[in-house]
Every structure is written in C-alpha cells, then in structure tokens.
Design a protein around this ligand. Sequence first.
Ligand code: ADP
Length: 322
Amino acid sequence: MKRIGVFTSGGDAPGMNAAIRAVVRTGVAAGLEVVGIRSGYEGMIAGDLIPLGPRDVANTLQRGGTMLFTARSKEFLTPEGRAKAAANLRTAGVEGLVCIGGDGSYRGALKLMQEHDIPVVGAPGTIDNDLYGSDYTIGFDTAVNIALDAIDRIRDTAASHSRVFFIEVMGRHAGFIALEVGIAGGAEVIVLPEDPVDPSVCAEVIRDSSRKGKRSSIVVVAEGGYPGGAQGLAEAVKTRSGIEPKVTVLGHIQRGGSPTAMDRVLASRLGAAGVEALLAGKRGVAVGQINDEIALTPLEEAVQQRKDINRLKYKLAQVLAL
Ligand code: ADP
C-alpha cells in the first residue's frame, strides 16, 4: 500500500481535525502518501482530493469542525454514485481509506468496500457516542463539556429565581449526552430516548424536589427523549401540573469549539490506529477504544449492534437527585 485517503463524513464533531492529523502523520511516518478527500462522499464523487503532508495539518489539533469539511451525499446512496467515487479513488491511486464519521458514513464505507474492493477502516466521529465498538466517540466529551458549561450557567439563574428549567441537549436516538451532562450538572430529572418519561411523573419529581427544599430544578431532556423535545415535555408538564418551566434548547453550540484534551487524545489514537489497521491488512473494520485499549470491530457489527447507555449510571443519577 502506497497511498491512502482520509475523509470526514456526516455530522461534524470536535476532534475530527485531530484524527485527520493523526492519520496524516502516522501515514507519512510509515512511508505512505496521504490524500485528503473534501466534503465526505460528495467530494469523493466530485474528485475533490488534496495531498496532505505533516505541515498541512499543523495548527489543527485544537480547532473544532473539520478542515476537510463534511457533507451528506444523496448520490452516494446510489450504486452509480459509489461507482464514480471508486473510479476517482482508483485514478488517484488511493489504495485504502480511513473514514471518520458516524454510522451512516460507516454504512457507506462498507458498501464501497463490498462493491469496489477498496479497503476501508472506520473511526468513530460523532458527538452522540452512539457507535458500537468504542467506549467513547470523537467529539462526545467536548459536546458534554459545552452542554455542562451552559447548564452550570442556567443553574445560577434558576437557583436565584427558584425556577424550573428544561434543557434540551442533542441526542435524537441516544441519551449518552443527556445522561453524562445530567449527572455532571446535578439534574433533578434526566429524560432519555431509551426510557420514555410520563409527564405526570416528571411533574411529581419536580414538586417533590421543591417540597424537599430545593430552590431550583433542572430537567435535562435528550432531543429524542419526548415528542417535541424539551418544549414538548415542558408543555405536557405544565398542562398536568401548572408548573411553568423555562425551556432552553442548546442546539448546535454543542457541536462547535475547541476539542477537550480527552477528545484530542482519543482522536489522535484512533486516527493512528486506523492507519495501522490498513497497514496490517485489516479491511472493513472500525477502530475504537475499549477500556483504554485500541479495539477493532467489523464494520458490519458496528452498524448493526446497538450501544446501550450505562443503566447503572442512570440509576445513580436518580439516587443523587435526592
Ligand atoms: P453519520 O455518518 O454522521 O451517521 P449520515 O447518516 O448522514 O451521517 O451519513 C453520511 C453519509 O453516508 C450519507 O450522506 C450518505 O452519503 C452515506 N450513507 C449513509 N448511509 C448509507 C448507506 N446505507 N449506503 C450508502 N451510503 C450511505
């Protein structure tokens, strides 16, 4: 193998640059040429490829977003689109790919490999942490810390005014961010897609908190935790109890900003592991970190298996809200 490609795809996540940098520098250190593919599968189809050397990735470690841009590609969902992408890779002499993205990007990479025999390795880049095969995904820790900072600020004003705040964090299908932020921010209630909440029960917990002498209540709601998110739940609680929660939707601020140390280190390890896997002749695998060790999982398994939240952490959160 002489030349490999690297790209970021799907939802952007802080730390993607650190992963690209690691791919480039590990690749070059091993005698490979590295090509960056811009805008994910869109750029692969358009032939938007750029050579990347160690200096091209200088000063990117601390930057959020992705220097290679990212995109969603409808054309890549078609066999014709993938054939175009594969032809461009062959013309450019790209013999292996590191795909940094979420489960959709993994599915695309897998198809490219199956249909066109191009070795691919996935590295988990998504703030949602919902990818099987790694304890944590690149960007998750940064998103959690950004959301936590916002919650701490809201707690100050909530406590001063004796208010109830419903704060929506990202997570349409998975509650990892909500759970982590809920524990770290001392939420009275955490609402996860994995555990549907009854608004009457939620209202009762809030009333009970007030009876116990709490001056404020914070309810952390994952986007997909209730129909209509935090706003939907706040309205349901209000109708049933007369409680009038304030609602804050954190939205995309959770995706931006400088990656935390944890994300930079994770991304560096996983980017390097991606190159090492390709060099070792592995194909169709996702790199991950499990119990602080690098782990490889077949891409097929990574996209099929569902990663569950840690139920013990969830129980702990309920106890600590006493
Ligand atoms: P993420 O990687 O963050 O989960 P998406 O689900 O949007 O993001 O996937 C990114 C891109 O991967 C899509 O825009 C599409 O081009 C490609 N992709 C997703 N699913 C498939 C699939 N089943 N087959 C081929 N390509 C896919």
